[in-house]
Structures are given as structure tokens and as C-alpha cells.
Design a protein around this ligand. Structure first.
Ligand SMILES: O=C(N[C@H]1CCCN(c2cc(-c3ccncc3)n[nH]2)C1)c1cc2ccccc2[nH]1
Length: 246
């Protein structure tokens, strides 16, 4: 998969994509991330990339010409067509389901706005999809782009080794993750690791983890549970969790 990012801060995108699972996936050739700066597509001495907004008001809008020229260069950089995504608070909320769909595409182009954003006509003409990573206004779209790069990059085949398999990740099956523990078995406050995790009984451990994931989702994100059709076994585990909780 190739991801092109239009951003005034390429160094941010390069840094975010160079570490961890995505950095490793890039080294393995599983994903390619390229950042493009619209400032490189300006033609004035001051390399201006912002303009006053029509109608007055405090903010500025990104200049359309550099954006259009930068996007044209992105589109023609490789033959594969790209799905062009604008990161904005006005976008559809990103979900793991959408991440899985995006991860199957051969190419994405992520447009990161700054200032008050981009001209609405440019959105209508050039943007295929608007995505939000949450209901808050940031300083720009780059953090949203980094989220998509990470979430999509780690789903590329071969990106994750067994130790950090995506299959056990939260949201992969619609549930929150179970609790995790490491040394010491009993900490300085006298709190012990759940005995089942030390039992070596892998079936019991799997049941415990599933029960905890179901229970946590019930407690913290009942909205996620409401969307799920639980198996008979899951319902029994959740009932067991509820009994000990209530
Ligand atoms: O919303 C604004 N700027 C956005 C424009 C689009 C790019 N930026 C952005 C993207 C996001 C974002 C992206 C994805 N998910 C959540 C938030 N937050 N902020 C900055 C904005 C800036 C501004 C300045 C003065 C008055 C009003 C204003 N609104």
C-alpha cells in the first residue's frame, strides 16, 4: 500500500511513520509513506500558502492553487489511482471497520488542512471522503493522518508478528481489550496477578480473557456491545462476569 500525505509539516508525517510497526512495515516494503508540501508548489517570493477568507473573520484559508498543483503531482506520481481523504472535524468518525476497508485499498492520499481549512470547491472537486478521528478541533489534519497511517499500516499482511497480532486487538472483534499483566506476580502494594494467568491452562486463560473483554465492554462501552450478536458461549461468560460484578 502507498500513502501520500499533503501537509505543511512533512517532517511530522515522516517521524510518525518511521517508528514502531509502521516503520518496520516500511522497511519491509509493506507500505510506502510519502509526504508532499504544498509550499513547494507556490510561485511567489514569500511561498504563501494561506489567503484571507471571503466574508471576513479571524481565520485564513489554505491557498487553492498550491493545493491543486500539489494534489495533481500526487495523483501522477504513480499510476495507481488514490482515494483522496480530507482530515477534518466535519468528517465521518473513523471506525475500525472503516480502517479495515481502507487497509485493503492499494493507495490513499491524505490531505491535511491547516488554518481554517481548504476552499469548499476544492473539497467538492478533489476530495473522495472526509474523515474525523474525534469530536475536537486540532491545529491541523496531521494527527488524523498519523492515526490512519498507523491503523491501516499495522493491518498490512506481514506488518505484525505473532507477539503483537492484530487479531487480538481491541475492536478487531468489536470488544475492548482484556487486562494485561507482567512481572512481578505480587507487586509492592500486595496486588497479585490473577491466578488463572499463571496456571498454564491455556483454555482457561482464553476463557478468562474473553470474559474480561466482554465484561469491560459491557461496563465501559455498552454501545459497542449493543451492536454485537453474542454467541451462546459469550453470553454465558458475560453473565458470569455480571454476577461477580453486581
Ligand atoms: O477548524 C479549524 N481548522 C481546521 C481546519 C481543517 C484542518 N484542521 C483540523 C483538522 C482537525 C481534525 C481532523 C480529524 N479529526 C478531528 C479533527 N482538527 N483541526 C484545522 C479552524 C481554525 C480556525 C481559526 C479561527 C476560527 C475558526 C477556525 N476553525
Amino acid at each position: 500500500m502507498r500513502i501520500d500525505v499533503l501537509t505543511l509539516f512533512p517532517e511530522f508525517i515522516h517521524a510518525a511513520a518511521a517508528v514502531g510497526v509502521v516503520g518496520r512495515a516500511q522497511q519491509r516494503g509493506l507500505i510506502e509513506v510519502a509526504a508532499w508540501n504544498p509550499r513547494d508548489f507556490t510561485h511567489d517570493n514569500y511561498r504563501r500558502v494561506d489567503e484571507r477568507t471571503f466574508g471576513g473573520g479571524p481565520g485564513m484559508v489554505m491557498s487553492t492553487r498550491p493545493l491543486t498543483d500539489c494534489l495533481a503531482a500526487i495523483r501522477t506520481a504513480v499510476p495507481e489511482p488514490a482515494r483522496v481523504i480530507y482530515l477534518t472535524p466535519q468528517g465521518a468518525r473513523l471506525t475500525q471497520r472503516r480502517v479495515r476497508e481502507l487497509a485493503l485499498l492499494p493507495r490513499l492520499a491524505l490531505v491535511c488542512g491547516r488554518y481554517e481549512g481548504i476552499d469548499e470547491r476544492l473539497i467538492a472537486r478533489e476530495i473522495d471522503e472526509e474523515i474525523s478521528i474525534g469530536d475536537y478541533v486540532l491545529s491541523g489534519g496531521e494527527l488524523g493522518a498519523a492515526v490512519i497511517i498507523d491503523a491501516v499500516g499495522r493491518l498490512q499482511p506481514g506488518a505484525l508478528n505473532d507477539a503483537d497480532s492484530a487479531a487480538h486487538d481491541s475492536f478487531e472483534d468489536g470488544l475492548l481489550d482484556c487486562p494485561h499483566y507482567t512481572r512481578p506476580e505480587v507487586d509492592a502494594q500486595g496486588d497479585a496477578v490473577p491466578a488463572v494467568l499463571l496456571s498454564g491452562d491455556h483454555a482457561a486463560i482464553a476463557r478468562w480473557r474473553r470474559r474480561e473483554a466482554l465484561g469491560r465492554t459491557w461496563l465501559r462501552r455498552p454501545d459497542l456491545l449493543a451492536r454485537m450478536t453474542l454467541s451462546r458461549a459469550d453470553r454465558a461468560l458475560l453473565d458470569d462476569f455480571r454476577r461477580t460484578w453486581l
